[in-house]
Design a protein around this ligand. Structure first.
Ligand code: PLP
Length: 399
């Protein structure tokens, strides 16, 4: 997910435009901004790129999730079904909305298993929030159909999957709202930033207002704007938007490079029958930020992670032991350790997260490794990496 690897004159020029005006705010100051509207331009190019009616930039992917939940009317006590494999931000956003995270299972897509949704649904369920993890897709059509049948809102966390598609349609555009992140390690980055996208004008207007203290953004005089709703400040700064705009214009280049690098490694690993690969409902739509693969069992996965590290194959993740991305290690959630008493604790229907069991997900995550795909690998570095990996797997096969 390495947009930062290719910063260049394009990003510098966009930032310089902003500095030349002195206007860091995305709103107002029409007379002195010399026609530069970086956030607005980024929004319109992003909406165009993913094929959604509307897009609104936020200060982070987490902020985008908070905005989407608020705009979709998710609030106190509502249950939101999420997967147990995601960055902790998804869980935090649901909790900050005053809602209750309810965990489904994942399947071998490494994303929410549509088959697990019915078993955790209750009359309080208001939304399903699947996460397109590691650059590729959940079984999003199945999840969408289920939400439609059950009358649930669908919010997609596509923070890790900008540029990925399912059957030609961008991830993030299947649900009522989709969320992206442009933080420092994402496919495209602007340091800190995020976006919501939607086809629904009403949801867009609510998101646009909620992220800026409820301003209605009507007219040219910010001082005269009305505030029909309460909101907060999740605004992006023009400097961040400027970097993001230049990066968005490089997305095709990034995807092409990632896909070529991933294919070379995956093709080489196909020679080792003990390795399986993540299920991709539409392989062509994979943004290829990661190569995720399965070992026969947990012991082999741990051993392989260690051997790859010792062989100098960097950028490999064993998520099962990682305390940012998988429920098993979220002890702060399980003990409700936070700075304040969380609304979720006040509800009788809040699950005891210490007792939540996700056996199917444990079985999959215990044997999963993911390797980050870099843009900057030279052909020689790529070949050396493949050789080192092949060595590790050959020894494992011999052993
Ligand atoms: C799946 C997922 N959701 C949400 C976020 C939050 O994005 P941000 O870091 O921009 O707040 C991330 C960031 O890593 C993520 O990976």
């Amino acid at each position: 997910m390495p947009g930062f690897e290719i910063f260049g004159d394009e990003e510098r020029k966009e930032v310089q435009d902003v500095l030349d005006t002195g206007v860091l705010s995305r709103y107002g100051f029409d007379g002195v901004r010399k026609g530069h509207w970086k956030a607005r331009t980024f929004e319109s190019e992003l909406a165009n790129r993913v094929g959604s009616g509307y897009s609104h930039l936020c200060s982070s992917g987490t902020a985008a999730l908070c905005v989407a939940l608020a705009a979709c009317g998710i609030g106190a006590g509502d249950e939101v079904i999420i997967p147990p494999f995601t960055f902790i931000a998804t869980v935090e956003a649901v909790i900050l909305a005053g809602a209750v995270p309810v965990f489904g299972e994942i399947d071998e897509t490494l994303c929410l298993d549509p088959g697990s949704i019915a078993s955790v649904m209750t009359p309080r369920t208001k939304a399903v929030l699947p996460v397109h993890m590691c650059g590729a897709m959940a079984r999003i059509e199945e999840i969408k159909n289920l939400c439609r049948q059950k009358g649930l809102m669908l919010i997609e966390d596509a923070c890790q999957s900008l540029g990925a598609t399912f059957n030609g349609k961008a991830l993030g555009t299947f649900g009522n709202m989709g969320c992206f992140s442009f933080d420092s390690v994402k496919t495209i980055t602007c340091g800190e930033g995020g976006a919501v996208v939607t086809d629904d004008k009403e949801l867009y207007s609510l998101a646009d207002a909620f992220a800026d203290h409820g301003h209605d953004h009507i007219g040219n005089d910010r001082g005269l704007e009305d505030h029909p709703i309460l909101g907060t400040n999740f605004r992006i700064c023009e400097l961040n938007a400027a970097v993001g705009l230049a990066q968005l214009r490089k997305l095709d280049f990034i995807l092409e490079k990632q896909r070529a690098h991933k294919k070379a490694i995956k093709d080489a690993l196909a020679a080792f029958p003990e390795i399986g690969f993540r299920t991709l409902p539409d392989p062509e739509g994979d943004s290829a930020t990661f190569l995720s693969f399965f070992l026969p069992d947990e012991a082999k996965a741990r051993e392989t992670a260690k051997s790859l590290g010792e062989a100098g194959v960097d950028g490999c993740f064993y998520w099962f032991d990682n305390n940012w991305h998988y429920l098993r290690q979220w002890h702060h959630l399980k003990k409700f350790r936070s700075v304040a008493r969380l609304p979720v604790q006040l509800f009788d229907h809040c699950p005891d997260y210490e007792k939540i069991e996700v056996p199917k997900s444990d079985g999959i995550m215990g044997r999963t490794l993911s390797m980050l795909i870099k843009l900057s690998w030279t052909p020689e570095e790529l070949s050396r990496r493949i050789e080192k990996m092949a060595d590790v797997f050959k020894k494992m096969g011999d052993g």
